[in-house]
Design a protein around this ligand. Sequence first.
Ligand code: ASP
Length: 328
Amino acid sequence: MVRVSRRNFLKFSAALSAAGGIVPLDSLFTASSAGAGSKPVVISTWNHGVAANDAAWRVLSGGGSSLDAVEAGVRISEGDPKVMSVGFGGLPDEDCTVTLDASIMGPNGNAGAVAFVQHYKHPISIARKVMEKTDHVMLVGEGAEEFARRQGFERRELLTEEARKRWLEWKAGMSEKDDWLAPAVNHDTIGMVALDSAGDLAGACTTSGLAFKIHGRVGDSPLIGAGMYVDNEVGAAAATGKGEAVIRTCGSFLVVEGMRDGLSPQKAIKRALERIIEWHGGGVDFQVAFVAVNRSGKTGALAIQKGFQYALARDGTNELIDSEYLLE
Ligand code: ASP
């Protein structure tokens, strides 16, 4: 199917100076980013979202469910050691341990999540088992691993040689003055939301979290309503970027509630990002971005900072798109 292209969207410097750093709502809508509504459709974060969308599209175009599509999609990033921010090959924490987080949510409102998983390559599939085989929503650490073992998942080492080398470089560059407050560089979590031909929505989000984080740190990705949220009557959203900022504001839930208020996915994301910026005192130096889709198949994607890309598959095309952003 796939045609991969890049589009460069407008910069908004004129609007920015007029608005004191924040772009006015109406200047943000291009036909391409707001998107015409159609189904099926799948949208996901970052450049590895293209391969993930391919796998999701195979499910959707065969009449499969959005839930199966998002699971199949993000498993591609989880299994690819070249994607160093998700799954197998993800960058480790400060103790050189890879710890994975994931969440999944379907059209019936049920959800599953795992966090602090250290020996299983596909946390998204463990999260789905939590959703379908238990009446819990979230399992963490050893409990999640024991559950995975009982469900027949294969235990394995997640640290690759390349990831270990990056950790060694990071360790060598550390000084006693370092803390964990500096903006981290790798924001490449995959968040994916999809609408299937039957009109049902689903979402998935999976990550190795911030590189070199404190051992035990869990971000937004496995938290339902923060890293990802689905309401089949309204829409679905998923986040990437600084998890702490997304947790504090219930980011994905906020985007979905914006759509419930009648906003388009793009406007709902903008309102949520503005809330995050405002909450953090205005001039933020970190990245947060969302992708979203509503019930009629309209999509949105927007970031705080320059540099975010997302992948959008619909009508037999799958494009990598440079996102619009709010702050210079
Ligand atoms: N949101 C992720 C986290 O905070 C990081 C990312 O998007 O890369 O764990």
